[in-house]
Structures are given as structure tokens and as C-alpha cells.
Design a protein around this ligand. Structure first.
Ligand SMILES: Nc1ncnc2c1ncn2[C@@H]1O[C@H](COP(=O)(O)OP(=O)(O)OP(=O)(O)O)[C@@H](O)[C@H]1O
Ligand SMILES: [Mg+2]
Length: 330
């Protein structure tokens, strides 16, 4: 084989082609998935098919070029062609849409977070300015009312900053799987107890305890966020149901169900996006930031589990987290 090291390139994430005398001799898995397996053995100019790339590929010393439309229309790639001597070349492709996508998601996130902070901040500044004015600020009733609004807006900012910090803490540890033994039944009882003066919570279980390898604080936050949603968006006066069920498949499902208006199906897939809310006004009025379910999803994934939410308009919502049970010999 002219390229003895080729097998080492098979699983490199970037598409790589090895070319000899203008013919493709090797294409790794990533390259085959975008160009097709048939490119091996083809003239490289036919395999790549992009006129701008040909100059870089055919120049004896190689070169780099930005090309578009290689895989799907509109996709953008950086193509680098390195000469290996003896008319052998290595072509490495980099998908710019991945980089652009990450950068865009980051920019969107920063823009959303700033927007969410700016609204309450503007309100706080506005009311402080009014209070500084002797005429309006001098009246005790007005003063009291405005201070109440300032407190409320400041609490909103505090909740947002706390949620943002939670998200970044969870992201920072997302690759280390938690190990502390945590009893989900005990946690569910605590979550129900915490909100007993806000709503009636009915807990049902099919077991006395359900142990998982977890991060207790994070799992408590999952329950808190889901119970909080069920109370906020459920029917006032109706109970919230927490159901903890272990299965013989070695998993525990924690379901939180409310009897509220439910969620229209088109919103369901987007609910775990940061800042996504069905009714922004309603969520804001209830002190929501739109990060609660994003946090739940991240925590479930860190615990090798998953999160699902199902709902029928008018018939309430069920949010479920499924986690692997801790096996006795783990
Ligand atoms: N049980 C539910 N019933 C109806 N709608 C829900 C329910 N749970 C979540 N939603 C919808 O999903 C949106 C996102 O929920 P999420 O918990 O992420 O944010 P939030 O509750 O608005 O704010 P936060 O949880 O950060 O305080 C909510 O704004 C609401 O529109
Ligand atoms: Mg919420």
C-alpha cells in the first residue's frame, strides 16, 4: 500500500483523502460519508468536482482554499492540500458550518441572556430615577409601591443569574458521571414537602426506594424545576402528581403531572432550548426565565438518563425523567 499510515486516519473526525498521481487512493470514513465510497480510485478532480479547489489540489506544493456546496448546497468548507512528496498528497476538509453553528448558538445565547437582564434592569433604573425625584418620591404610598416593583425586578435578575450559573456549573462537569448513591423516592418526598404550602402534591411509588448514582443537589433541582412548572402552569387548586416507578429493565421513571391547559404539540420539541417559552409574558409574570427545562435536560443527560415531556391541550402535562438504577454491585 502506498500510504502505510492510512488506517490511522480512518476515524479522524475531519474528512481526509490521500491522493497519488492525481488518483484518490484512500478516503477515511468522514470523507466517504460526504463524497461517497466510490471516490476511492477516482481522479481527484472528479471526486471533489469544485473548480476553485482544483488549483489547490493540482499545484505541486498544494494549498488551501475555501469552497462551498461540497456536501449539501450552501455548506462551506476549508480544503487544505498538503504535498507528501513523490506526487502524493493529503487533502483535509474542515466543515465550517459546524464552527459557524457553534458561534451562532453562542452569540444567540449571549444576546438572549443580555436581553432578559436588560428588561428588569431598565425597570429598576426607571423607578429609582422616579424615586429620586422629590415630588414623586416624597409620597409614602408611591414610594412603597415603587420599592416593591424594584424588589420584584431585582429578584427576577437574581433568579436569572442563578439559573445561568447553574447551567454553566452543570456544563463544566458534564463529562464526569456522578457516583453518589441517591434515593429518588426520598428526594421526591422532600420535593413534595418543600412546596406543601403552594400546592397539593400527591406522591405515588411502586417501590420503597430507588437508588441511582447521582449528584443529589442536581437531582433535587430537577424535581424542583418540574414541580415548579406543574404548579405555575397547572390548574390552580388542582393537585400535582409525582410518580416514581422502577422497572425490571433497571431504570427509574420520575413523572410529574399537572392538570393544567397543557402545551400545543408544535412547542414540545423546543421546550428544552434555553429561554424558549410558550407564553413569554405569562412565564415572565410568574418569575420564569425559560431556563428550567434546559437545566433539567442537561442534568438528566449527565446522569446517563433522558428527559421527555408529553402533553395534550386541555388535559395537562407530564414531564418525565428516566435514569438508570444503581445496580447492587456498582
Ligand atoms: N407543566 C407545564 N404546563 C404547561 N406549560 C409548561 C409546563 N412546563 C413548562 N411549560 C412551558 O415551557 C416553557 C419552558 O419551561 P421552563 O421551565 O424551561 O421555563 P420557565 O418555567 O418559563 O422559567 P424557569 O423555569 O426558568 O423559571 C414555559 O415557559 C412554559 O411555557
Ligand atoms: Mg420552569
Amino acid at each position: 500500500m502506498p500510504f502505510a499510515d492510512a488506517p490511522m486516519l480512518e476515524h479522524v473526525t475531519q474528512p481526509v483523502l490521500l491522493v497519488e498521481n492525481g488518483m484518490v487512493r484512500f478516503a477515511n470514513a468522514a470523507a466517504r460519508s460526504i463524497l461517497g465510497s466510490h471516490v476511492v480510485g477516482q481522479d481527484v478532480r472528479i471526486a471533489i468536482r469544485i473548480p476553485e479547489a482544483i488549483a489547490a489540489i493540482t499545484a505541486p506544493e498544494g494549498g488551501t482554499v475555501r469552497i462551498s456546496g461540497l456536501s449539501v448546497p450552501g455548506s462551506q468548507w476549508d480544503l487544505a492540500c498538503h504535498s507528501l512528496g513523490n506526487d502524493r498528497k493529503m487533502i483535509v476538509l474542515e466543515d465550517l458550518s459546524v464552527r459557524v453553528g457553534v458561534a451562532r448558538a453562542h452569540a444567540d445565547f449571549v444576546a438572549n441572556a443580555s436581553h432578559e437582564l436588560r428588561t428588569p434592569l431598565a425597570a429598576v433604573l426607571g423607578y429609582v430615577e422616579t424615586l429620586e425625584d422629590d415630588k414623586a418620591g416624597g409620597d409614602p404610598d408611591t414610594r412603597k409601591r415603587f420599592l416593591g416593583i424594584i424588589r420584584h425586578e431585582a429578584q427576577r435578575m437574581q433568579a436569572l443569574v442563578e439559573d445561568l450559573m447553574s447551567l454553566s456549573r452543570i456544563e463544566a462537569v458534564k463529562h464526569d458521571t456522578p457516583t453518589e448513591p441517591v434515593d429518588i423516592v426520598a428526594l421526591a418526598r422532600e420535593a413534595a414537602g418543600e412546596v406543601q404550602n403552594r400546592a397539593e402534591v400527591r406522591l405515588s411509588t411502586n417501590c420503597d426506594s430507588a437508588m441511582v448514582a447521582g449528584d443529589r443537589g442536581q437531582l433535587a433541582q430537577v424535581l424542583r424545576n418540574l414541580v415548579d412548572n406543574a404548579i405555575k402552569y397547572g390548574k390552580p387548586g388542582n393537585p400535582v402528581h409525582i410518580d416514581v416507578e422502577t422497572s425490571t429493565a433497571g431504570r427509574v421513571a420520575i413523572s410529574i403531572r399537572d392538570e393544567g391547559e397543557g402545551i400545543a404539540p408544535e412547542h414540545l420539541p423546543r421546550l428544552t432550548e434555553r429561554f424558549y417559552r410558550v407564553d413569554t409574558g405569562r412565564s415572565r409574570a410568574a418569575g420564569g426565565t425559560g431556563l428550567g427545562l434546559a437545566i433539567v435536560k442537561h442534568i438528566a443527560e449527565r446522569h446517563r438518563g433522558w428527559f421527555d415531556i408529553s402533553s395534550r391541550s386541555g388535559q395537562g402535562t407530564t414531564a418525565t425523567v428516566i435514569l438508570p438504577l444503581l445496580l447492587r454491585d456498582e
